[in-house]
Design a protein around this ligand. Structure first.
Ligand code: NAP
Ligand code: HSE
Length: 423
């Protein structure tokens, strides 16, 4: 059995999960892979913080001290760009393998870091950056390596999925559901990254880079969050036979890439419709293998530690981790996808208000398949018009919504969701 030492940068939800998992499964790991894993130092911000189960003598606030002591692998689970980027670069420059769960960092400067690692002949493991405990990075980079990947459709943010499940099934308010997700350790240090869709966008950028082998810079994914959703949207969705999920869609359309993250209506028999709470799921379609769905816990200390540990063990065994293709092509043009759509327009109770909205949609050649309205006399803030529309382009729907949003009968921002079928 060979000993491998780990410098752990960060000891929050994921870092502590890793410390506990290594402790719990130490002999199993040694038996299976012939490596005895030892944590040499743990970098934190606050030495006084309570951290049950963590050997306090390992803690330090000094990055240099954390990475010294001849660590074989540096595990970065601090999050964010600063100081994470500098610490990862320093570790690579010192000839250390790096394992990170930091999708924000990889989305921001992944190609530069992978190039640097290649120059130093070391590796970066990033299984934990997408899908929590689901081994989807490894599946794409090795198990499905012989396939042309045509489509990714996923639920990639555990916090959003948790909030949507709790709002729809228990009638919780957005704020209460978010507080629960934060208390359970699912949310980012800044939860705006979750609820505004940025985190899922980072993850889609990483997955799509692997799947499609294209150059994907910052801003390559169109991103929308879940803040605008209201109890009424959940009721309307249920009434119409749908559930609302925060989806990440990636499609290779040849010349263009369709990369987007947004809330969507899914028919109840869609393969991702039953994914609840912090679970994630990724549906991949390969030209040889057909459709596969990976499903499991997408956030939380233990599942994420499981993914981090898989990279550490791979590096200890073979000195390899999954590879991110370094892009060499021009970014593809963004696509303008067509789908059926759901709209909700919050309006005052005024004569002709439904007609105004229907006419505006008609002017953009958006054809209505179902409409309902609740207009409450004397209660200006409680009315709404809900519409299902036949398929139209995203750009057309956006223009129509922007135009309707300016009508004086509107009392708030309209909600527009695409309906995603599984074809
Ligand atoms: P967290 O609970 O906020 O923990 C962050 C850790 O980093 C803390 O121990 C903190 O120290 C330390 N830290 C922060 N800034 C530091 C600085 N300037 N210098 C030294 N130490 C610093 O975060 P987390 O939830 O574990 O997430 C860590 C990473 O994993 C993030 O990139 C996140 O996106 C990713 N991730 C998280 C999950 C999840 O479910 N939570 C899942 C997948 C990926 P103190 O403890 O002293 O404050
Ligand atoms: N905040 C992230 C989420 C953590 O909720 O999905 C897992 O990456």
């Amino acid at each position: 059995v060979k000993t491998r030492t780990i410098a752990l940068l960060g000891c929050g939800t994921v870092g502590r999960g890793l410390v506990e998992l290594i402790e719990r499964n130490r002999s199993l790991i040694a038996e299976r892979s012939g490596v005895d894993l030892r944590i040499s130092k743990i970098l934190v911000r606050d030495l006084a913080k309570e951290r049950g189960g963590v050997d306090r003598s390992l803690l330090t606030v000094c990055p240099e001290e954390a990475v010294a002591n001849g660590a074989d692998v540096v595990v970065e689970v601090i999050g964010g760009l600063d100081p994470a980027r500098r610490l990862v670069e320093d570790a690579l420059d010192a000839g250390k393998h790096v394992v990170t769960a930091n999708k924000a960092l990889l989305a921001d400067c992944g190609p530069e870091l992978f190039r640097r690692a290649a120059e130093r002949r070391v590796r970066i493991g990033f299984e934990a950056s997408v899908g929590g405990g689901i081994p989807v990075v490894r599946a794409l980079s090795s198990g499905l390596a012989g396939n042309r990947i045509e489509r990714i459709c996923g639920i990639l943010n555990g916090t959003c999925n948790y909030i949507l499940t709790r709002m729809a099934e228990e009638g919780l308010s957005f704020e209460s559901a978010l507080s629960e997700a934060q208390a359970k350790g699912f949310a980012e240090a800044d939860p705006a990254l979750d609820i505004d869709g940025t985190d899922a966008g980072h993850k889609l950028q990483i997955l799509a880079g692997l799947a499609f082998g294209r150059s994907l810079g910052r801003g390559s994914v169109r991103v929308e969050g879940i803040r605008a959703l209201d109890r009424e949207d959940f009721e309307a969705a249920a009434y119409l036979g749908f559930v609302i999920r925060h989806l990440a869609v990636g499609r290779d359309l040849g010349g263009a890439l369709d990369l987007r993250v947004h809330p969507a209506l899914l028919p109840k028999d869609h393969p991702l419709a039953h994914i609840r709470h912090e679970n994630n799921a990724i549906l991949l379609k390969g030209d040889a293998v057909g459709e596969m769905v990976f499903h499991g816990r997408g956030a939380g200390g233990a599942p994420t530690a499981s993914a981090v540990l898989s990279d550490i063990i791979d590096l200890a065994r073979h000195g390899t981790g999954p590879a991110l293709r370094i892009p060499d092509s021009e970014p593809a043009e963004p696509a303008d996808p067509e789908s059926e759509r759901y709209f909700r327009f919050p309006v005052i109770d005024a004569p002709g208000v439904i007609g105004l909205i229907a006419t505006a949609l008609g002017n953009h050649r958006i054809s209505i398949s179902h409409a309902s309205a609740t207009l409450v006399s004397g209660k200006a803030d409680q009315g709404s018009v809900r519409i299902l529309a036949h398929a139209c382009r995203a750009s057309v729907a956006r223009k129509a919504v922007d135009e309707i949003a300016r009508l004086p009968v509107l009392t708030g921002r309209p909600v527009a969701l695409s309906i995603e079928s599984n074809d």
